[in-house]
Design a protein around this ligand. Structure first.
Ligand code: SAH
Length: 349
């Protein structure tokens, strides 16, 4: 059966070269295949026209090329595109293209479902089924790069790991995908244009810093008070704010990169002065930016966007404390493509 064949894109260039040598062929064939797979994005061995027919058949017999497939593409009134992406084993994830005047941002998934249980997020309702493989993450980016060229006449400019899943819970594959995205053989994108968003796993934030990664970090904070954060992000009991802060401080010492906090203000949950005070105190240790995200309703009304005055209070107090604040408007809400709304709805209908 095809699915039992090894995915050839799990092999490094060196491994491909060794494979050919071990099979009595020349190592440079490995480079040729690698180029077809990554630079040209081929889906079929038979299209690798600079290889002899026998070689193509030999590859076919040994390997599969497990490309993702866009099942449904939805376009929002505001230009946002959401892709329901089918994986080789039939599972689904979603990825989103967000166009602005001079940027195209890809929002990609890192896991099928999610193991965290943030009570305001639609993805949390899907069980975590598995981690995405590096090439499944890469493919989402490639698809959006192609869509950007086709619909907007320009390549993709930025990538955010803010789709389904917790990227740090799939650390190795996310890093491998980013390597491929930034390498010349892949898409040659600058790591500075990539943001990994995490709900905050302290140990792995430290590891990232020690591994010398070059991309940016965003942390979904939502509250700097432990009791409040635990009530909406229950895993906070395992990784309390003090540990998160210590890990972020380590990140800053190593990378000297500003930290972005994602933050939704909800009515009756975190919309008081004491919440802003705690936030200011929490992020003082390093230059930081707070991104106030509009709440995208996902259900029955347990959560409601805070009043405009609360947002103004956050903005004023943060600015007075010397912290950069931005307010992020939702995009693609009409097609459930906005933050926290990714839940494979279209595919279910
Ligand atoms: N697991 C990662 C990345 C996915 S979520 C993380 O937690 O950062 C991307 C962002 O959307 C996070 O900041 C998340 O807190 C936010 N989010 C989740 N549900 C939301 C909702 N209903 N409305 C607005 N933002 C939401």
């Amino acid at each position: 059966m095809e699915d039992t064949k090894r995915d050839i894109r799990a092999l490094t260039k060196e491994e491909l070269r060794s494979f050919f040598e071990a099979n009595g062929d020349k190592a440079f064939r490995g480079n040729q295949v690698y180029e077809w797979l990554w630079n040209k994005g081929l889906h079929r061995f038979e299209d690798m026209t600079n290889l002899p027919k026998a070689t193509r058949e030999m590859l076919e017999a040994h390997f599969a090329i497990n490309h993702i497939k866009v099942d449904v593409m939805q376009r929002s009134d505001d230009g946002t595109i959401k892709n329901a992406v089918r994986l080789h084993d039939g599972l689904l994830v979603e990825s989103v293209l967000i166009p602005t005047e001079n940027r195209t941002t890809a929002c990609v998934s890192s896991q099928v479902g999610c193991s965290l249980n943030c009570s305001f997020c639609a993805t949390a309702r899907l069980k975590r089924m598995r981690n995405l493989l590096p090439d499944e993450i890469f493919d989402q980016v490639k698809v959006i790069d192609d869509q950007s060229k086709m619909f907007f006449g320009r390549p993709l400019s930025n990538i955010v790991f803010m789709g389904m899943g917790e990227p740090l819970m799939n650390y190795n594959n996310v890093l491998k995908a980013i390597d491929k995205i930034t390498s010349e053989e892949g898409l040659g994108m600058s790591a500075k244009r990539i943001t990994v968003s995490t709900s905050g796993v302290p140990k792995l934030i430290k590891k990232m810093a020690d591994d010398g990664v070059k991309f940016k970090l965003a942390v979904s904070l939502h509250s700097a008070i432990d009791e409040v954060r635990t009530s909406i992000m229950p895993f906070n009991t395992q990784f309390p704010l003090s540990e998160l802060r210590e890990a972020l401080s380590h990140w800053y010492q190593k990378t000297k990169n500003r930290i972005t906090y994602e933050y939704v203000v909800w009515k009756g949950i975190n919309d008081q002065k004491k919440d802003v005070d705690a936030l200011i105190k929490f992020c003082k240790f390093a230059p930081s930016k707070v991104n106030l995200i509009e709440y995208n309703p996902i259900d029955d009304g347990n959560f409601q966007q805070a009043a405009a005055e609360s947002l103004t209070m956050y903005q004023t107090m943060l600015e007075d404390a010397g912290i950069t604040v931005t307010v992020r408007r939702s995009r693609g809400k009409d097609i459930d493509a906005a933050c926290g709304q990714l839940a494979n709805k279209a595919a279910k209908e």
